[in-house]
Design a protein around this ligand. Structure first.
Ligand SMILES: *Cc1c(COP(=O)(O)O)cnc(C)c1O
Length: 385
């Protein structure tokens, strides 16, 4: 069969996206204009949060989030090893210590039990916060993490980069979208093209705290403000009240984001259909990420586990199918090894990593292409049991 290479993920850009960007290019504002506020308001509404702050990427957003929670040098934060490095690096940017708790072997998410065990193995006040990740698009049950965090006075930053539109149903029977921030202090999204909503680069923070929102807004733009100033010399006057950054998103990117956001639900429907087709094909033969009840997976990824993972990876590549591995456990990367994570005992994460592989998952993947992928995976699996 002759076909174009099939990647594991791909953005969907159509004419309405292109028109939206071109329109913005013709206006007075390429950056710091009205599209930013519009995107923020639409995004906040979409996830059910009160406030949203657009940033230039999720990594910058994670950095700002940690700072906005009054982080002090040397504080310790728990996250999962099965994530993109940025979820952990944000703590290092602020001079803190990253502690890894293990994943749940079925859902691949940060395990509530191992997080609890880690917290309870240390004196009170040892940890400052938790950064759970909605890995692959599967929402973390943040209600449960909130209860644990409250017992110990911890904050929660939800890394929701994989999950705009995903939700779980809480104990009150209410749908909690990733990013609602009802149980997290701040939630972080990415608009890198491999994620659901593509802005080129980009990110969004959501929160329900006015105080956190104000701090994020201040730090996003150099710490400079014209609000709540201690003095005012005239119309030109501003104050720099904190050491901030330039972590702004442009109006051009926000115009694209607005257009992409409008199509996200449709993309999720398609992603869930693709997942169903993989599940039907693999059921009883190949292990894949489990879906807890009353959860809607945003399916950034579709991960399977296979003993001869390298064999399958190479076999798929030879067929022009570019599967990917998510992720190399963060604590095993040279930077983290060098600062002392060599002894970390994270058996579930390492066991998962030895077998995981992410298959193509994106809305424009055709049934025909997916059948081809499924056929190759099953063929390999039968030969290599
Ligand atoms: C992509 C990603 C990030 C970083 O996003 P950028 O916008 O590229 O900075 C952080 N965390 C997770 C889980 C991600 O997948």
């Amino acid at each position: 069969m002759i076909h174009d290479p099939i990647p594991y993920g791909r953005q969907s850009i159509d004419q309405t996206d292109i028109d939206a960007v071109v329109e913005t290019l013709k206006t007075d504002f390429l950056t710091q204009g009205p599209k930013i506020k519009e995107f923020e308001e639409l995004f906040a509404k979409y996830v059910g949060a009160q406030y949203a702050v657009a940033v230039n990427n999720a990594t910058a957003g994670l950095h700002l989030s940690v700072l906005a929670l009054n982080f002090k040098k040397g504080q310790r934060v728990i996250t999962t090893p099965i994530t993109f490095v940025a979820s952990a690096n944000c703590i290092r940017y602020c001079g803190g210590e990253v502690w890894f708790a293990d994943i749940d072997r079925e859902s691949y998410l940060l395990s509530l039990e191992s997080t609890r065990a880690l917290i309870e193995s240390k004196p009170k006040g040892f940890f400052a916060g938790i950064i759970p990740v909605d890995f692959a698009g599967l929402p973390v049950n943040t209600e449960e993490f909130r209860a644990l965090a409250n017992e110990h006075g911890l904050w929660i930053i939800e890394d929701a980069c994989h999950a705009p539109g995903g939700y779980f149903v809480d104990s009150n029977g209410e749908q909690q979208k990733c990013g609602s921030a009802n149980y997290s202090d701040i939630c972080v999204f990415s608009f890198h093209p491999v994620k659901h909503i593509a802005c080129g680069e980009g990110g969004m923070l959501t929160t329900n705290s006015k105080e956190i929102y104000d701090t994020l807004m201040l730090l996003r733009s150099h710490g400079i403000t014209k609000n709540n100033m201690s003095e005012n010399h005239g119309g030109w006057f501003y104050e720099m009240q904190a050491l901030g950054f330039n972590y702004r998103l442009t109006d051009i990117q926000c115009a694209l984001g607005i257009s992409q956001l409008a199509k996200n639900d449709k993309g999720l429907e398609r992603r869930n259909l693709i997942a169903k087709r993989y599940e039907n094909a693999f059921e009883g033969k190949i292990r894949f990420q489990s879906l807890p009840e009353k959860t809607y997976n945003a399916h950034h990824l579709f991960v399977i586990e296979i003993d001869n993972r390298k064999g399958l990876y190479d076999f798929l590549r030879a067929s022009e199918i570019f599967a990917q591995i998510h992720y190399i456990p963060v604590h095993t990367l040279p930077y983290y090894q060098d600062i002392g994570y060599g002894e970390a005992d994270l058996a579930n994460s390492e066991g998962y990593y030895s077998k995981c592989i992410s298959l193509p998952m994106y809305p424009t993947l055709t049934d025909e292409e997916q059948n081809y992928v499924i056929d190759k995976v099953l063929t390999f699996n039968e030969k290599n049991i």
